[in-house]
Design a protein around this ligand. Structure first.
Ligand SMILES: Cc1cc2nc3c(=O)[nH]c(=O)nc-3n(C[C@H](O)[C@H](O)[C@H](O)COP(=O)(O)OP(=O)(O)OC[C@H]3O[C@@H](n4cnc5c(N)ncnc54)[C@H](O)[C@@H]3O)c2cc1C
Length: 304
């Protein structure tokens, strides 16, 4: 390995992991992170590996799920992200969810304390310095406009894009606990849970169709200028799925098949609504917060 340091631009999840792995392998690493001197539109702290939305790393089942398998491979590779996630996991059925503050503080501390890593708080506002022999650009979906413009120019692309979903928050005390019950999807206890880490709400036939109707007719989130919405079929907002037909949800994310029926639970004639990573809807009309959606963020060449 050459004596030249590896420059990593961005101290998010990817940049932190890359810095850690390179440093553990003996390389000198310089991480250039702009938060601290320049904010993004979504982060709210200066911490490394800040999760800006969901605190779930999805399934942790390494035998049945590709994401869980990736988790396990990362653990076996000495991953900092997985170590911090395991230290700060929260009950979430078969998913790996984390306390976002504890998680990012643990990553921040590990990066700052590693003897091979230097942290510089600055924006790299253009193509990286030609003298840097090893560079990793890990600036994520909120790459600063100046660097995004340089990447566009270098690659000849018209725009950069990512797909994302935002889940609404439901107030706990708005839920009718006389009808709600706790059960994780597929009854999985998962890494930090009991098999009863999600709150589910039953609907009968009329409630289900009223719910679909409410979804279709509800006012929509107004997108920011930098958000465009050509949807990705693998990550559709719930109201878009509902618009595709009244039966779509009950054969998709609201399928009762994810909740094995227990002898002690009342029979449930229609699909349940699970308060979890992909479905966070309570009874019709009781949710509050923004609507889930998928957005593509495009940065036109002129934006830098
Ligand atoms: C609004 C929003 C909601 C999201 N919701 C989810 C979700 O629910 N689930 C999910 O899995 N993913 C979600 N994502 C995507 C999430 O950001 C990524 O999963 C994850 O953070 C990507 O890691 P990263 O390291 O690539 O980028 P980030 O974690 O964003 O890290 C990139 C870092 O680069 C820094 N940076 C940017 N430009 C420069 C520059 N020019 N110079 C120096 N530093 C720079 C930034 O400050 C940031 O710290 C969401 C993203 C956004 C924007």
């Amino acid at each position: 390995m050459s004596n030249q340091p590896i420059h990593i631009i961005g101290g998010g999840l990817a940049g932190s992991e890359a810095a850690w792995q390179a440093a553990e392998a003996g390389a000198k690493v310089i991480v250039h992170e702009m938060r601290g001197v320049k904010v993004t539109d979504a982060h709210s702290t200066d911490n490394f590996a800040e999760l800006v939305c969901s605190n779930s790393f999805r399934s942790d089942d390494h035998e049945q799920n590709a994401v869980g398998l990736l988790h396990e491979e990362m653990r076996r590779c000495g991953s900092l992200i997985m170590r911090a996630a395991d230290q700060h996991k929260l009950p979430a059925g078969g998913a790996l969810a984390v306390d976002r503050d504890g998680f990012s503080l643990a990553v921040t501390e590990a990066i700052h304390n590693h003897p091979n890593i230097t942290v510089v708080r600055e924006e790299i506002a253009g193509w990286p310095d030609a003298d840097w022999s090893h560079v990793i650009i890990a600036t994520g979906p909120l790459t600063s406009p100046a660097l995004a413009a340089a990447v566009l120019e270098k690659t000849g692309e018209d725009s950069l894009a990512f797909f994302d979903a935002i889940a609404p928050i439901i107030h706990y005390d708005s839920i009718d606990h006389d009808i709600a019950w706790k059960q994780s999807r597929y009854d999985k206890a998962g890494p930090g849970g009991t098999g009863a880490d999600y709150l589910n709400l039953p609907m009968d036939r009329d409630q289900y169709y009223a719910f679909v109707e409410a979804l279709i007719s509800a006012p929509l989130h107004e997108f920011k200028d930098w958000e465009k919405v050509p949807y990705f079929d693998g990550c559709l907002p719930i109201e878009v799925m509902a618009e595709r037909g009244p039966e779509t949800l009950r054969h998709g994310p609201m399928s009762r098949l994810v909740l094995p029926i227990r002898a002690t639970r009342r029979s449930n004639p229609m699909p349940s609504c699970s308060y979890g990573r992909t479905m966070r809807w309570a009874r019709c009309g009781t949710w509050s917060g923004s609507r889930p959606r998928c957005a593509t963020v495009s940065r036109p060449k002129s934006s830098g």
